[in-house]
Design a protein around this ligand. Structure first.
Ligand code: APR
Ligand code: ZN
Length: 232
């Protein structure tokens, strides 16, 4: 049995990290066009770096929660008992899945703890702030940017994600409002390939109707229970 899991900001909410579209969420306090578009970066790179530096600091101070840990346990169980393929796709840029022990993981919207150079293509880890310090270790030019997929840019590893969706038997979306594409389309793809589709979310949203099963509640309650039911 092959599993594909998609997570969104909701899985990190109980670790204290803000989601985007809740009341007073991130997109309430900031304009997307000021901090998360190529144009914003071209106009004011240090402003964009400051936004992601702040989120990087908050993520560093956060801890993986029971939902992150349950997914890492399930991945380990799936591999140990050779139950099939397991792929975790996250829209999140925090590193809580890694710190929980997940391995087969794709950050489709990028990651806070890495950077790349828009001039020479250097790509590497970056744990300290980028604002006011964007010198590329490879070419020496001040051309480093956050390794984040801005709106209007292409998410990462889509061919690998689509290949996994074609082969999956169970697709689970956890803590995502299903408003951003192409991630919001994954459930339809999984449905079309005959997978069983499960939504785990704090509230039922418009996209809920396309899932076979909707488990409403906090991720730290629902995910460990769901994962335990898979590990038998
Ligand atoms: N447990 C489960 N679900 C939760 C919890 C929780 N404790 N808290 C919030 N949620 C749910 C909310 O009900 C909401 O449906 O998580 C979802 C978060 O939705 P968004 O804030 O829209 O975040 P997300 O779906 O990850 O956004 C997708 O949009 O702005 C871009 O790149 C950004 O990756 C992000 C993408
Ligand atoms: Zn460079």
């Amino acid at each position: 049995m092959n599993i594909v899991i998609l997570t969104g900001a909701g899985i990190s909410a109980e670790s204290g990290l803000e989601t985007f579209r809740a009341e007073a969420g991130l997109w309430d306090g900031y304009q997307i066009e000021d901090v998360c578009t190529p144009g914003a970066f071209a106009r004011a790179p240090d402003r964009v770096c400051q936004f992601y530096d702040e989120r990087k600091l908050l993520a560093t101070q956060a801890q993986p929660n029971a939902a992150h840990l349950a997914l890492a346990d399930l991945e380990g169980f799936w591999q140990e008992h050779r139950r099939g393929d397991f792929l975790l796709v996250t829209q999140n840029v925090d590193d809580l899945h890694e710190r929980a022990g997940s391995h087969n993981l794709i950050h489709m919207h990028g990651a806070l703890n890495s950077t790349y150079c828009i001039d020479c293509g250097y790509h590497g880890p970056r744990f300290n702030a980028l604002e006011d310090d964007r010198e590329c270790p490879s070419c020496g030019r001040d051309m480093l940017r956050p390794d984040i997929v801005f709106f209007g840019e292409t998410p990462r590893s889509l061919p690998k994600i689509y290949e996994a969706l074609r082969a999956c038997d169970v697709f689970v979306a956890i803590g995502t409002s299903g408003q951003v594409y192409p991630a919001a389309d994954f459930v339809q793809m999984a449905n079309s390939f005959g997978a069983r589709t499960v939504l785990v979310n704090l509230e039922l949203h418009g996209g809920g109707a396309v899932f076979d099963d909707c488990q409403i509640g906090n991720a730290t309650d629902v995910v460990p229970r769901w994962a335990a039911g898979m590990m038998i």
